[in-house]
Write a protein that binds this ligand. Structure first.
Ligand SMILES: NC(=O)C1=CN([C@@H]2O[C@H](COP(=O)(O)OP(=O)(O)OC[C@H]3O[C@@H](n4cnc5c(N)ncnc54)[C@H](O)[C@@H]3O)[C@@H](O)[C@H]2O)C=CC1
Ligand SMILES: O=C([O-])CC(=O)C(=O)O
Length: 327
């Protein structure tokens, strides 16, 4: 057993399908590395506690050397007490007849108390990743109820979109994903997101130049990446789970361990014309456990239009949750 103190990792929606794909990888050391023991805290709603207990039994059965304990609760205060890494996965899915406003309101009922509980009890170094949809706005709700936690500790996940973009581009160019640098997803984790090939690089040129096929870039690549979630649901009969868990691992791993370039939805400081305070996806670099938005990229008219459209949607979501008194 490693001698470092255990890091407390809280996973909400632990009995759901992403939870099932995520917990074993966290416990095996893939989130924080092979020298860092973890203590898992599983937050669920009462009807799913028994299933969470079953997952915990399986975690026990793996005898993971790095797993120092598992706590299961339906109480956010207990779940987030002393938390270092919070993965907010559990959310209210959209069901038949539900309007966008209903979805935001239902999720406000989840992310407001979770933000409050993080504010009340989290460790000083807490880092929060929101996966549950609508992820950017759920992160905004949680962050607005945690005034004592630095706003930059609340992030939302666009890493799955980023990885999807890498994979689509690699297939098109018949290269490895490792040949691609500087991929960026801008905006909202929704169909308005903008996967940007004008700043991505392959073999010393921009990805757009390497592709050299404007029609493919605009009419195939962008919609394929932006609507991949729906395509997976259509094919699998359930939304992305293992790939979403994988992206959550990548997001936190790179935030903690550093990276030259990735995509994360983070609180805007006004960079690239994104209104301050919105949680929007940007190109970021991470070092020493902190992210920063990569500055100085030239944004052409096409990219400007795409970024603005997605950011407009984020502004509308913020206005809607403000109107509902959720922030
Ligand atoms: N940002 C992204 O790239 C992606 C986001 N998602 C989103 O992730 C979320 C989870 O997806 P799945 O695991 O497939 O859903 P799921 O329905 O299988 O599991 C969700 C779990 O959350 C639990 N839950 C509900 N309210 C809760 C609360 N207040 N506290 C704690 N747990 C609660 C439920 O009991 C359920 O076990 C969904 O909102 C989904 O849309 C999914 C894929 C990618
Ligand atoms: O589309 C969904 O419902 C799940 C999701 O966020 C994704 O796969 O990107």
């Amino acid at each position: 057993m490693a001698s470092k103190a255990a890091v407390k990792v809280t996973v909400t929606g632990a009995a759901g399908q992403i939870g099932y794909a995520l917990l074993f990888r966290i416990a095996s050391g893939q989130l924080l590395g092979p020298d860092t023991p973890v203590r898992l805290s599983l937050l669920e709603i009462p009807p799913a506690l028994k299933a969470a207990e079953g997952t915990a039994m399986e975690l026990d059965d793996c005898a993971f050397p790095l797993l120092s304990g598992i706590d299961i609760t339906d109480d956010p205060k207990r779940a987030f007490d002393g938390v270092n890494v919070a993965l907010l996965v559990g959310a209210r899915p959209r069901t038949k007849g539900m309007e966008r406003g209903d979805l935001l309101e239902a999720n406000g009922g989840i992310f407001k108390p979770q933000g409050e509980a993080i504010n009340a009890g989290a460790a000083d170094d807490v880092r929060v990743l929101v996966v549950g949809n609508p992820a950017n706005t759920n992160a905004l709700i949680a962050q607005s109820h945690a005034p004592d936690v630095p706003a930059e500790r609340f992030t939302a996940m666009t890493r799955l979109d980023h990885n999807r973009a890498l994979s689509q581009l690699a297939a098109k160019l018949d290269v490895s994903v490792t040949d691609i640098a500087k991929m960026t997803i801008w905006g909202n984790h929704s169909a308005t997101q903008y996967p940007d090939l004008y700043h991505a690089e392959v073999g010393g040129q921009t990805a757009a130049a390497a592709v050299n096929d404007d029609e493919w870039l605009k009419d195939t690549f962008i919609p394929t990446v932006a609507k991949r979630g729906a395509a997976i649901i259509e094919a699998r009969g359930a939304s992305s789970a293992a790939s979403a868990a994988n992206a959550a691992i990548d997001h936190v791993h790179d935030w903690v361990n550093g990276t030259d370039w990735t995509s994360m939805a983070v609180v805007s400081d006004g960079s690239y014309g994104v209104p301050e305070g919105l949680i929007s996806s940007f190109p970021v670099r991470c070092a020493d456990g902190e992210w920063e938005i990569i500055q100085g990229l030239e944004i052409d008219d096409f990219s400007r239009e795409r970024i603005d459209a997605s950011v407009q949607e984020l502004s509308e979501e913020r206005d809607a949750v403000r109107g509902l008194g959720l922030i």
